[in-house]
Design a protein around this ligand. Structure first.
Ligand SMILES: Cc1cc2nc3c(=O)[nH]c(=O)nc-3n(C[C@H](O)[C@H](O)[C@H](O)COP(=O)(O)OP(=O)(O)OC[C@H]3O[C@@H](n4cnc5c(N)ncnc54)[C@H](O)[C@@H]3O)c2cc1C
Length: 408
């Protein structure tokens, strides 16, 4: 098959999801010419029900590569002033926060991923980075110190480095022969987004219910975001998923836990068994293909570590490519790429384990775990630290991965 003539760039980004957009902005910030190759057509609809919770550190990192971007996301998101935890229909923990200091980026912001991506696109459109749509990367080969890419548009590309931000089914990762290692959550989760009804607003509170009595003891998490609410329902292992999933399934149970009219305000429903996997290496054997975001790791969303760690992946990959392009010898070049790959894999393993601890906290069915949760609920009125343990458990450890230059 004949190929159109090849284009050459120092770095090419594969994938125009939030992590690929971040990588392109970071490369632009470093003055490195780049382009994004995206398999989908322009104007595609992106799935709902994904990232909403963006940490302060992520806002700071985005602000650092595209001044104004972190503040824009903060302005368009919300910060809830109250969080609550209930156990079998009784409140066991509540905490109020003072309003965030308007001079500082907030501790977090909550807005739908489609909006997060819209702000990343706005920032990218202020640069001269080109995006090539309908350009699915199908083949990558490393030869003569360069990566050669062939796309579905039968175009050839060449780059010194490729940042693979092409998501969970990453072609970049497959072509490099890199495997994912890890497991899958035992339980199924139904994730539902509903649009806020401005005439009947719900209280601006993040609420976790252990063993919600109206849901026959299933766990339910309510998270507000700008313009709506996220509801996570955790099914029992032997539940018939179809009875709860899809629009009809959701309408059968949502009125038990939200005012009835919200069943007509459902904007997205997804069903997940969460993967907890990390790539065995974040770089290929030639130190030319750098994996970032979901191309490199997938975590259960408890603790919000997916996009929040994809951002440092992307920024450190761009910095590593910059250092490698400037390296004076092969040893220095390889060391620059390795330091990205080692740091980000270490972070991903930690993040995967942290999300695993959160999963065990909420879905662990051993007699010991069940007794621990019930005892904490019983003791919480007297010793609030037990209530706090129940409150913080669903999000995993608060500490950062050891030995990393970013928070996640
Ligand atoms: C229910 C849920 C809740 C979540 N909540 C949070 C949260 O609150 N906070 C948080 O930080 N994270 C959260 N996440 C995780 C977050 O959604 C992901 O980490 C993030 O979307 C990953 O972005 P990405 O750019 O790596 O991948 P994607 O968004 O999948 O983007 C990959 C891009 O690559 C393109 N592509 C694929 N193959 C090719 C190819 N061969 N050639 C060219 N282009 C290609 C795709 O079309 C796509 O545009 C959540 C996830 C879920 C499922």
């Amino acid at each position: 098959m004949s190929h159109q003539s090849s284009q050459s760039l120092p770095v090419i980004v594969v994938g125009a999801g939030p992590v690929g957009l971040t990588a392109a902005l970071a490369l632009h910030h470093l003055g490195i010419p780049t382009a994004i190759l995206e398999k989908d057509p322009e104007g595609r609809q992106r799935p709902g029900s994904r990232a909403i919770y963006v940490h302060q550190k992520t806002l700071e990192l985005l602000e650092g590569i595209a001044p104004g971007l972190g503040w824009t996301m903060a302005r368009h998101g919300i910060v809830w002033p109250v969080k609550r935890t209930w156990f079998r229909g009784r409140e066991v923990y509540a905490r109020r926060y003072p309003p965030p200091d308007p001079q500082k980026l907030p501790p977090f912001t909550s807005l739908p991923q489609v909006e997060i991506e819209r702000h990343l696109w706005d920032a990218l459109h202020r640069t001269d980075v080109p995006v090539y749509w309908n350009e699915e990367v199908q083949q990558l080969t490393v030869a003569d110190n360069a990566v050669h890419l062939v796309t579905s548009a039968q175009r050839q590309w060449e780059a010194a480095y490729v940042i693979g931000a092409d998501g969970a089914h990453s072609t970049v990762r497959h072509q490099a022969g890199i495997r994912m290692e890890g497991s899958r959550s035992a339980n199924t989760y139904i994730v539902v987004d509903v649009a806020e009804d401005e005439a009947h607003p719900l209280p601006l509170e993040r609420v976790f219910h252990y063993e919600h009595p109206a849901m026959e003891g299933r766990n339910v998490l309510f998270v507000p975001f700008a313009g709506g609410w996220r509801i996570d329902l955790q099914l029992y292992r032997d539940d018939a998923v179809d009875a709860f999933a899809g629009l009809d399934g959701v309408r059968s149970w949502l009125p038990r836990i939200l005012p009835a009219f919200y069943q007509d305000r459902v904007t997205w429903v997804s069903t997940y068994q969460f993967l907890q996997v990390v790539a065995e290496s974040f770089v290929d054997a030639h130190h030319r293909l750098l994996l970032t975001g979901e191309a490199a790791h997938l975590f259960a969303p408890f603790g919000a570590r997916g996009f929040n760690s994809g951002v440092p992946d992307a920024i450190l990959a761009a910095r590593a490519a910059d250092a490698a392009l400037k390296a004076s010898d092969e040893g220095e070049r390889v060391a620059a790429i390795r330091s990205f790959a080692d740091e980000r894999r270490r972070a991903a393993l930690y993040n995967r384990d942290a999300a695993g601890i959160a999963l065990e906290h909420i879905q662990g069915e051993s007699a010991g775990m069940r007794a621990k949760r019930a005892a904490a609920a019983l003791l919480s009125p007297v010793w609030p630290e037990f209530g706090r343990w129940l409150d913080e458990g669903p999000y995993g450890p608060r500490s950062s991965p050891p030995g990393v230059s970013t928070k996640y």
